[in-house]
Design a protein around this ligand. Structure first.
Ligand code: AMP
Length: 249
């Protein structure tokens, strides 16, 4: 079985992002970029399925600028087998990404597409769901546990206040939540080995997909600054403030 893992290059989660002065977006100049954390979890899960003998091949695909190749190399160093870079400098929206991924699925024939539940840059949480709809495949989103057996995927999902377990017939789309696993670090020998793993470079036009934006970003603003707290002298004062100033009790 093949597993396809789409991985996105995003601003590293440790970076404090800055909004551009003209409010058109986030400043990306000289900012550290890394693999989206939920995509790392998806790569790790695919590798574990390969280690268990469930999968034979893991293909990673990234849609983005030439530098997204580094993100693919990271996944290859973790243990994926080969990569596909769909190179574009357009900031493609989830529907365009999902259309490109569908084209890759049609070409590669994976039985599982394992995506992150969301990319931490746009926080869209849309691509997996749109891809499942385009493919007309079942989907298990926000997975905290995945088991594959007898042509089915048992997916435990994190939902408000508890867990839901679904049985999906394969092929299926699964998106990863934070608690699914802890991704491994690539070892130095594996980083060296990854340099020789193949990466195919394509363009959206190769798949006949138009990535021109359909949405207009009106503006991007910083969150309001948090005000400094104060120290109260007694429990009575705290209760009084909670009651009379904050109005929360
Ligand atoms: P989103 O819907 O943008 O929050 O992204 C959800 C997931 O879709 C990510 O974790 C990736 O697995 C996949 N994805 C989104 N954008 C891209 C991209 N440009 N290249 C590859 N995968 C992507």
């Amino acid at each position: 079985m093949k597993i396809l893992v789409p991985v996105k290059r995003v601003v590293d989660y440790n970076v404090k992002v800055r909004v551009k002065p003209d409010q058109t977006g986030v400043d990306l100049a000289n900012v550290k970029m890394s693999m989206n954390p939920f995509c790392e979890i998806a790569v790790e899960e695919a590798i574990r399925l390969k280690e268990k003998g469930v999968a034979e091949e893991i293909i990673v695909v990234s849609i983005g600028p030439a530098q997204a190749q580094e993100t693919i190399r990271t996944a290859l160093a973790m243990g994926a087998d080969r990569g596909i870079l769909i190179q574009t400098d357009d900031a493609a929206e989830p529907l365009a990404i999902a259309k490109l991924l569908k084209a890759v699925v049609d070409e590669e024939g994976p039985e599982i597409v394992l995506l992150g539940k969301q990319a931490i840059d746009g926080d869209n949480n849309q691509t997996g769901q749109m891809l499942a709809a385009l493919l007309d495949w079942p989907q298990g989103t926000f997975a905290s546990e995945v088991e594959i057996a007898d042509g089915k995927a048992k997916v435990t999902r994190e939902i408000d206040g508890g867990l839901q377990t679904l049985s999906l017939s394969l092929p299926a789309v699964v998106t990863t939540d934070l608690r699914l696993n802890e991704p491994r670090y690539a070892s130095l020998p594996n980083i060296m080995k990854a340099k020789r793993k193949p990466i195919d470079t394509k363009t959206p036009a190769d798949y006949g997909v138009d990535t021109a934006p359909r949405l207009t970003v009106v503006k991007v603003t910083e969150p309001p600054k948090r005000e400094a707290g104060i120290k109260v002298e007694s429990v009575a004062e705290l209760v009084d403030k909670l009651k009379n100033e904050a109005g929360v009790i």
